[in-house]
Design a protein around this ligand. Structure first.
Ligand SMILES: [Zn+2]
Length: 232
């Protein structure tokens, strides 16, 4: 078991002012205090948090103001005062940043959202904001991986067979990370700028896992924002 309560992923983005974090099973706070406490731990402004009412959709919001956004599974902004947050437990937290244009976003991607096109939607939103595709960096955080993600034919039929290994009977092991990376590269993001943390939440005791812990599983928080000097 890890001794830490959260992980600092800022190094993946090589921007002195951008902070990206992810909580783990030792993080001791519950909603609604959890995001405020996490922002404080990261040295970010806890007054400016954006959170989502996530529904496994392909909808992504563009926002310029703090607060809750209903019925979306991703958020993108170019307001460096904002602190973005999402929650996950097995679904994939995707951190996105174009640090040339100070555009950043967080996406909650599970098989439902991916099959509905949330990855393509995120690229469209970035393009609408005149993001420079060659400048975009992406990080896939801890999530369930192909080793543990066995699905039935009703799910596997939604995805290309090249991202699947045979499971029991008609079941398959699905590689959602592979599907996401392939989709981003197909849409013009540079493969060398996509990082995958390669940690399986179902294999590791350091994280909550919906598949392992069931409906009462806790959630991890992914958070990203700029330290105040970026405002100058
Ligand atoms: Zn696993």
């Amino acid at each position: 078991m890890t001794n830490s309560r959260w992980y600092d992923y800022s190094k993946y983005f090589s921007d002195d002012f951008l902070i990206a974090g992810f909580t783990n099973i030792n993080f001791p706070f519950n909603p609604p205090q959890d995001r405020i406490e996490f922002a404080r731990l990261l040295g970010l402004n806890s007054q400016n948090i954006v959170k989502l009412k996530q529904v496994h959709s392909a909808e992504i919001a563009y926002t310029r103001q703090p607060g809750q956004i209903e019925n979306v599974d991703g958020v993108i902004t170019n307001n460096t005062d904002l602190i973005l947050s999402i929650q996950v437990a097995d679904c994939i937290p995707i951190y996105i940043i174009d640090n040339r244009n100070k555009i950043f976003g967080l996406i909650h991607a599970g098989w439902r959202g991916i099959s509905k096109g949330i990855i393509e939607q995120s690229v469209l939103k970035l393009a609408e904001m005149n993001s420079n595709m060659a400048a975009i960096k992406i990080l896939l955080g801890p999530a369930i991986r192909q080793c543990c993600f066995e699905v039935g034919p009703e799910v596997s039929k939604l995805f290309d067979s090249k991202f699947q290994n045979d499971g029991k009977g008609d079941r398959s092991y699905l590689d959602l990370q592979g599907i996401i990376i392939n989709e981003y590269v197909r849409n013009g993001i540079l493969a060398e700028k996509i990082s995958d943390i390669e940690i399986c939440t179902h294999c590791s005791d350091d994280y909550y896992s919906f598949r392992r812990n069931g409906k009462r599983a806790g959630r991890m928080i992914a958070m990203m924002g700029y330290k105040s000097p970026a405002k100058i």
